[in-house]
Ligand binder design. Structure first.
Ligand SMILES: [Zn+2]
Length: 293
């Protein structure tokens, strides 16, 4: 192992991104962060942990930040040593640092997304000004206390703390239809409530046209995720059957839920993408028995 890596902290970070096989390339970390897979890794490692609004309280961001800071410290220590005997970071450590930096940035985007959507839900319900909603989101990111206050707002509660609906025979946690079918909002809803579920085993999606008629009561959901004890998470802003923002959100959610990607085709597309972009209604992963879900 290169010299500087021995001095790196080995915190929970190593648990989050272990090396299950020798030489697991760090580029995988970047890719995982881009695709939201760090969310799935995180829930596997810390089941039941709610997604924190602030990066300062995030079990993904904090160990990544510690690793990143340690790399910086090693670099500064080497630069500050006039004797030149303090080893600087190796090329490999610097390469890892780039991956960590990118993962940090992408994970921070998740915090920004949740804070922004919560602030928007609050502002839409209270007619708050644009300035007020931006300030509210920023405060929640910087200060865990401000985030807790935002989550406790009465106007936010249907989104942030919905009750389980048992009407169809199994517990369903449903994104409020009134949230408008906005893809980013559905991703935020997923992040906020992921910890209330076990391992997700399958997903189904309804028909896009039904989703468009949701205001008439035609469909209550566009995407349902089923966990290993039969609980259902229902999102209304993620769609399927065409190449657009809604289906891209569906792909993101299915990855973050830890569902399989399927085969990577030479075209670069995966089975998962092919299904979500190509079919308006599907079950993922495909049911080998093709029984009705
Ligand atoms: Zn984070």
């Amino acid at each position: 192992m290169p010299e500087t890596q021995k001095t790196m902290p080995d915190p929970a970070w190593a648990d989050l991104w272990p090396a299950p096989r020798p030489g697991r390339p760090w580029s995988e970390l970047r890719q995982a962060a881009r695709e939201g897979r760090l969310v799935a890794d995180w829930h596997a490692r810390w089941p039941g942990t709610a997604f924190p609004l602030s990066p300062a309280a995030c079990p993904v961001c904090r160990p990544l930040r510690a690793w990143h800071d340690a790399l910086d410290a090693a670099r500064y220590a080497a630069e500050a040593d006039p004797s030149g005997r303090t080893p600087g970071p190796t090329a490999e450590a610097i390469e890892i640092g780039f991956a960590v930096e990118e993962a940090l940035r992408d994970h921070r985007d998740l915090h920004v997304l949740v804070a922004r959507e919560l602030a928007d839900v609050w502002a839409d319900a209270t007619d708050a000004t644009l300035t007020a909603r931006v300030e509210r989101a920023r405060a929640a990111l910087d200060d865990p206390g401000a985030g807790a206050l935002l989550l406790a707002e009465a106007a936010v509660r249907p989104f942030a703390d919905p009750a389980w609906d048992e009407a169809d025979g199994r517990p369903v946690l449903r994104e409020p239809a009134g949230s408008g079918g906005i893809t980013e909002r559905s991703k935020a809803f997923f992040l906020l409530h992921r910890h209330r579920f076990g391992a997700f085993v399958a997903a189904t999606t309804g028909d896009y046209e039904e989703v468009q008629r949701r205001s008439e009561g035609a469909a209550s959901a566009s995407l349902r995720l089923y966990d290993d004890v039969g609980r259902v998470l229902e999102l209304v802003g993620t769609t399927a059957g065409y190449g657009g923002e809604g289906p891209r959100g569906t792909v993101w959610v299915l990855r973050a839920a830890g569902l399989p990607e399927g085969i990577h085709w030479p075209s670069g597309e995966t089975d998962l993408e092919h299904t979500v972009f190509g079919q308006r209604a599907f079950r993922w992963p495909p049911d080998p028995d093709e029984r009705a879900w």
